[in-house]
Design a protein around this ligand. Structure first.
Ligand SMILES: *[C@@H]1O[C@H](CO)[C@@H](O)[C@H](O)[C@H]1NC(C)=O
Ligand SMILES: *[C@@H]1O[C@H](CO)[C@@H](O)[C@H](O)[C@H]1NC(C)=O
Ligand SMILES: *[C@@H]1O[C@H](CO)[C@@H](O)[C@H](O)[C@H]1NC(C)=O
Ligand SMILES: *[C@@H]1O[C@H](CO)[C@@H](O)[C@H](O)[C@H]1NC(C)=O
Length: 761
């Protein structure tokens, strides 16, 4: 996406790993010569050298200079240091060192160019239940920092800072301790230079933080569009910002330092709207998010991450370790329509999507030209049709609205606007079926996106007359748009590349056209002549993640003793699969969504507070997962503080056994004919009634037999935990493709649903 005049806001921060040790050493722009040395749990295992990082360093370093960059010691053990490749390799040989890897370079990844208005999420928590308000839970956010003056971080009516909070409000040139209050209780930054500050100059961190836990702000809007009340998913929760990203990057060493601090500070939930892109996925033992989150979860912190914006390709989901809650993005029931009015007798109105403050007249009086008809002499027809730079004859588009093909091409609508603007064209109508659902902000320039189907109508009109005319109307926000939600086209899809035996993503939440707080001085985001916006509308799985973090905080607030896996289970098993037409949720292309698109389905807000039953996953489950992935027992013992010395990996450790981890969904790989696959799950009754009977309900795909034993679960005062088995077999010869179904348990009051996936490979 080059040459965008429209500001690109990043929606999903990407982490690029230095390709190899040699790349990190070769003066590559991404390399800082820093290696991360990961040494497992902070207070486990044997060996005095575990927490004595300088001693390890001095055993290999022949020089005197201070090589240590960061020390990790609260939540886990390790350090980051400037090392040569040889030194890194020597350190890796030390017992107690799990992995040594080049400090990954994290970059803000501007995958797509859209920005937006209006915050109207589906997160509606019953305010009459003050416990569900998230009071006193602390949400830590790893992001670009925060704009503390935003009304979303006002602390009116908020009770004092919880006494267990041990975090801090770091000072900087433009940030004082008085910038923290009872809402924003902590702010840290991790840059080494003099310009370090917790203040957000990007907008992303402020946006995400206010979505998770913003205070209620009346009359929020983007220049009057889509006005309403803005508030976070858990408006009573506190925010702690850990600034690990700047405009152009986030360091893995900083992410690990933030995890380490957040564990010591006492956060309840961590929200990360960042991750690795589909290409260049790190291994588990060199992935700062997977490592940091493992220890955070072991310390009772729920970690919520975005799934990535690499959709709609499959095998693209990021942050897919089983201890993470992985969030896909969906649309909401709000649309930003900038419609096209055609001339002629009918004055047909074509629905378009985009955010602009079009100064054009409302009557269709502007000449309309198809890009193809304005081809420059030396250009290819297809390039002109797509309005590529250099492909249009400027004389043929001056003063006109230009219609551009936009499906399947290399340039964004913003690039085409540049082309048309330069030639003094007055508007752009772009044809794009994917971006049709996601409104971009074009500010004052009249631009809008229409579907191919509607484009046919426009083209027929253009063909029917010698002087076609049209206009582009100023954007209006439309509520109760149907159908919604839909899975956003950019949302990264499963299956997981780490293992097909854990279903990822886990859940979907609103991530399209989300209005939330913004930095206070961003003139680039303002239409000409306007003050900078206080709220901005953007899209991405980055925006979906904090919706789930907010709900996780509300669940934690109501059930303070619940483990991260119980909270995660509550969120997954209460998801909905229906849209606002009471029909199955679809993807943007109209196909019924599968668990690879949205995990268990769309987040609900009341359900997770009272799930009835929960699936609890233990640290032992996660360690077995590491065994199945091939880590050595020695490393695993170093990684976890809870394992006893007697820990051994299961005999015949194999990938198929991952299916038996007590996860709230079920995924089975290599499912072939004449095979019986058998999984066990254990549920815990948290529904309030000690005596209750749950019955199973199975939704099976055709050609598959699913038998649940026992078919009823009878809970009593003394048996709160019960197990069941599911036996899957094929009735047909073999699977044509991966198939999906679900197993639900219901006692009439609660329904506890687990999706399942049976895959061929
Ligand atoms: C640590 O290991 C040494 C030998 O390697 C042993 O003598 C010592 O007792 C161990 N300490 C603990 C606390 O296990
Ligand atoms: C418009 O006319 C062109 C050339 O006459 C033709 O190829 C095209 O199919 C027509 N388009 C529509 C939508 O009728
Ligand atoms: C906004 O404020 C920040 C922090 O004070 C500053 O670094 C930045 O340059 C300002 N941006 C603009 C556009 O004024
Ligand atoms: C499923 O596995 C369990 C434990 O390995 C075993 O006890 C049970 O008999 C198996 N059921 C079937 C139908 O294979």
């Amino acid at each position: 996406m080059k040459g965008n005049s429209i500001l690109l806001v990043f929606f999903f921060v990407s982490l690029f790993l230095a390709e190899s040790i040699s790349a990190a050493q070769s003066g590559d722009v991404n390399a800082n010569g820093v290696y991360i040395v990961y040494m497992g749990a902070a207070d486990s295992g044997n060996g005095s050298l575990r927490n004595d990082h300088s001693q390890i360093l001095s055993t290999v370093l022949k020089r005197n200079e201070n090589a240590l960059v960061r020390n990790y010691k609260y939540g886990f053990s390790g350090f980051a240091a400037r090392l040569s490749k040889e030194e890194a390799q020597l350190i890796a040989k030390n017992p107690g060192v799990v992995s040594v890897f080049p400090d990954p370079v994290l970059k803000l990844h501007t995958t797509r160019s859209w920005e937006f208005l209006k915050y109207q999420t589906d997160v509606k928590i019953d305010d009459s239940d003050s416990n569900a308000n998230g009071d006193d839970t602390i949400i830590g956010i790893l992001d670009t920092g925060i704009w503390p003056e935003s009304a979303s971080f006002g602390d009116k009516g908020t009770s004092p800072v919880p006494s267990r909070w041990k975090g801090t409000c770091m000072k900087a040139k433009d940030f004082s301790s008085s910038n923290c209050n009872r809402k924003l209780i902590g702010a840290r930054y991790y840059s080494d230079d003099a310009f370090g500050t917790p203040r957000d100059t990007v907008g992303h961190g402020t946006h995400v933080a206010s979505t998770a836990a913003g205070s209620t702000v009346a009359d929020a809007s983007y220049y009057g569009l889509a006005e309403g009340i803005a508030k976070g998913g858990s408006p009573g929760s506190r925010v702690a910002m850990y600034k690990v990203c700047a405009q152009f990057g986030c360091r893995g060493s900083a992410i690990l330092a933030a995890f380490d601090d957040a564990i010591a500070d006492g956060v309840d939930v961590l929200s990360l709207s960042l991750g690795a892109p589909a290409e260049g996925r790190p291994e588990l033992t060199s992935d700062p998010i997977a490592i940091g989150a493992f220890h955070a979860v072991e310390h009772g912190i729920t970690v919520v991450c975005s799934a990535g914006n690499d959709g709609p390709n499959s095998n693209a989901v990021a942050n897919d370790a089983p201890w993470l809650l992985t969030v896909a993005a969906t649309t909401i029931d709000r649309d930003f329509e900038s419609n096209v009015v055609l001339g002629g007798n009918k004055k047909a109105i074509i629905k378009g999507e985009g955010i602009n403050f079009s100064p054009l007249s409302k009557s269709p009086t502007y000449s309309l030209v198809y890009g193809e008809s304005a081809k420059a002499d030396n250009a290819k027809l297809v390039e002109a049709r797509n309005c590529y730079p250099g492909a249009l004859d400027e004389n043929k588009i001056k003063g006109k609205i230009v219609l551009c093909e936009g499906n399947d091409d290399e340039f964004s609508t913003s690039d085409k606007i540049d082309v048309v603007k330069e030639a003094q064209g007055v508007g752009v109508i772009s044809i794009n079926d994917q971006t049709r659902a996601v409104a971009s902000v074009y500010r004052t320039f009249p631009a809008t996106v229409i579907s191919s189907k509607d484009a046919t109508t426009v083209l027929q009109y253009v063909n029917s007359t010698n002087n076609p005319v049209a206009t582009i109307l100023e954007t209006e926000s439309v509520s109760n748009y149907k159908p919604a939600p839909m899975v956003a086209y950019f949302s990264s899809r499963g299956p997981s590349t780490l293992s097909r035996n854990i279903l990822k993503p886990d859940i979907a939440a609103p991530g399209v056209n989300i209005l939330a707080a913004w930095t206070g001085n961003d003139t680039d985001e303002a239409p000409s002549g306007k003050e900078p916006p206080q709220f901005n509308v953007i899209s991405g799985t980055s925006m979906a993640c904090p919706h789930v973090s907010g709900v996780a905080a509300a669940v934690k607030s109501r059930n303070p003793t619940w483990s991260p896996s119980a909270i995660k289970s509550a969120i997954i098993t209460t998801a909905t699969q229906k849209n606002n037409l009471k029909a199955p949720i679809t993807t943007d292309s109209g196909l019924v969504a599968t668990p690879y698109d949205y995990g268990a389905g769309e987040l609900t807000t009341a359900g997770p507070l009272q799930p009835g039953l929960v699936y609890e996953t233990t640290t032992a489950d996660y360690l077995n997962y590491l065994c199945f992935l091939g880590l050595s027992v020695t490393d695993i013992k170093v990684i976890s503080k809870t394992v006893s010395d007697g820990f051994t990996c299961p005999k015949d450790s194999n990938a198929g056994m991952i299916s038996n981890i007590n996860y709230p969904s079920i995924a089975i790989s290599n499912f072939n004919a004449n095979e019986i696959k058998n999984v066990t799950r254990t549920v815990t009754n948290v529904g309030g009634d000690d005596q209750t009977v749950y019955s199973s309900v199975v939704e099976a795909p055709s050609g598959v037999n699913v038998k649940v034993t026992p078919a009823k679960l009878q809970f009593t005062k003394s048996s709160k935990k019960l197990s069941y088995q599911v036996v899957f077999s094929l009735t047909s010869t073999s699977l044509e493709q991966d198939v999906f179904g679900s197993i639900s348990w219901t006692n009439g009051k609660f329904t506890v649903r687990s999706p399942f996936v049976l895959s061929k490979r």
